[in-house]
Design a protein. Structure first.
Length: 204
């Protein structure tokens, strides 16, 4: 078999290669069932499918490829791999940093939806990488541009804690009807926050 040797695109290395039993299982599956999913090429290099490529070469098979035709190569790599791997919290933060570098105009929630993390995680990475206030507007998941909080200053941790305690006291003073009405009025926001908490617990 004569096969053109393909290089890995730098974007494909956002995720680590398979190792051990996981790679053996993939190799055995390709041996028994063939290559079910094509290897995706971008700029004549492998964008997605490095493990399939290595397995095919090891098995002496001609890898099946197809070109990438989209407009967001990094987003494609993450979308194709984020569900396949058990990623550490640190690795997820690295992915968020790459997404922010490529698409700084996207909102925290839009980035979070791509990386499957909490938008609080995205906000933290944005702050650490110095991108928290570089743009006047950000694009949300719905595609709409919204003004950032730039120039309004940050609320101190002490003041936030005081506000939280005051809210707790007020909440506890509510009767069942008032609490029910509050939750009903803010149910969508509460649902978003609960999802954030669940993602933070999973990433911990």
């Amino acid at each position: 078999m004569t096969t053109k040797e393909l290089e890995f695109h730098p974007l494909s290395e956002t995720f680590p290669l398979m190792e051990g039993e996981d790679f053996k299982a993939l190799k055995h599956d390709i041996r028994d069932n063939g290559q079910c999913e094509p290897i995706v090429l971008y700029e004549d290099k492998i964008l997605d499918g490095r493990n399939r490529y290595i397995a095919c070469i090891d098995l002496g098979l001609e890898p099946e490829t197809k070109p990438y035709t989209g407009s967001d190569a990094l987003g494609f790599v993450i979308s194709m791999n984020i569900h396949r791997r058990h990623l550490t919290a640190e690795k997820k933060r690295e992915i968020v940093a790459e997404l922010l570098k490529t698409n700084p105009q996207l909102s925290d929630r839009a980035i979070a939806a791509q990386a499957k993390v909490s938008h609080h995680t995205v906000a933290g990475v944005r702050e650490v990488t110095g991108q928290s206030a570089q743009l006047e507007t950000r694009t949300g998941i719905d595609g709409k541009n919204r003004k950032t909080q730039r120039g309004k200053g940050n609320t101190s941790a002490k003041k936030l804690a005081k506000q939280f305690e005051a809210f707790k006291e007020q909440w506890e003073s509510f009767n069942d009807y008032q609490q029910h009405s509050f939750v009903k009025a803010f149910k969508e926001r509460i649902r978003e926050l609960l999802e954030d908490v669940e993602q933070e617990v999973e990433a911990a």
